[in-house]
Design a protein around this ligand. Structure first.
Ligand code: OGA
Ligand code: MN
Length: 294
């Protein structure tokens, strides 16, 4: 079977068939995927059934990995997965469903807010690879928004207003919005806030996107309320159904997205009854954020 890239459902999500990445992650194959990511922004590769080693190997073909810090664990508590893999599950280190009061449950709540991965660090988080190892029978979709289309559709006056603005991004902002938890000073100290422009130019495609995330807490140089109101207005515009796609998981799916031009969020499911074992690898490079006027 030959590898095919098919546009699915929404303008920015492609489905790729005819390749098994565990057997083939040659540069030529990865180049087809990266080209599809440039053209679309999210790609779905069904029935990949990757092992941890496979997923790490494939992801490394796209750049250096970032490592999971496993925040939200109690002191001395083991991680369930090795550090190349972000644990996007409702499971504890024995692979059982997290207890109701487990603070790792609280930590993952923020995934249900619209965000881009790791906009709270200065480096560029380029691609995220999320593999569905165990998926619940219903719910637990991942929603995506196309921030290039969002930018294109902004009014000329809004484009002018945001062209040179920067936002402060902090992981503690999204955690607070998700309900908060008493995070430890040692956890907080590892993730100081950073600033990111509100508009960025994609280094591969030259297309502009609006940079938003639930990590964005304020606009630099603007009163707090005014900045938050602007972020809320832009976010409400961005997550209109016409810019969004909801991925319904099947076991074995690999979904790859470009954080430089999308936002995403998880959707609820009965997380006390069903296991949802998702593992994410994340590729990071030096910052290529560039302001709209650069
Ligand atoms: C992620 C994420 C949402 C989900 O993996 O980065 O936000 O659907 N996932 O689990
Ligand atoms: Mn995420």
């Amino acid at each position: 079977m030959t590898m095919t890239v098919t546009r699915v459902l929404d303008a920015f999500v492609a489905r790729i068939d005819g390749v098994q990445l565990r057997n083939d992650h040659s540069p030529a194959t990865l180049a087809i995927i990266e080209d599809a990511l440039d053209r679309y922004a999210v790609v779905v590769l069904p029935a990949q059934h990757l092992s941890d080693d496979d997923q790490i190997e494939v992801s490394k073909g796209f750049g250096g990995l970032s490592y999971a810090l496993n925040h939200g664990r109690a002191v001395g508590q083991n991680a369930r997965l090795r550090p190349e893999l972000y644990d996007i599950s409702n499971l504890d280190e024995t692979h059982g469903i997290l207890g109701e009061a487990d603070r790792r449950r609280q930590w993952r709540e923020a995934d249900k807010l619209w965000h881009t991965d790791r906009s709270f660090i200065a480096a560029d988080t380029t691609y995220s690879f999320l593999s569905g190892r165990v998926v619940p029978p219903t719910g637990g979709n991942t929603d995506f928004a196309d921030m290039r289309a969002v930018y294109d559709d902004l009014s000329a006056s809004m484009k002018a207003r945001i062209a040179d603005l920067e936002a402060v991004h902090s992981i503690w902002r999204s955690r607070a919005l998700a309900g908060g938890v008493d995070f430890r000073p040692d956890e907080i100290a590892t993730m100081p806030p950073v600033t990111q422009p509100l508009v960025r130019v994609h280094p591969r495609t030259g297309r502009k996107s609006v940079v938003l995330a639930s990590h964005a807490s304020e606009i630099v140089g603007m009163p707090l309320d005014e900045g938050r109101a602007l972020l809320a207005e832009l976010t409400a515009f961005a997550v209109q159904p016409r810019y969004c796609h909801s991925h319904v998981w099947s076991e074995g799916d690999l979904v790859i997205w470009d954080n430089r031009c999308t936002m995403h969020r998880g959707t609820p499911f009965d997380d006390k009854a069903w296991r949802r074992d998702m593992r994410r690898t994340t590729v990071q490079g030096p910052s290529t954020y560039a302001s709209a006027t650069a």
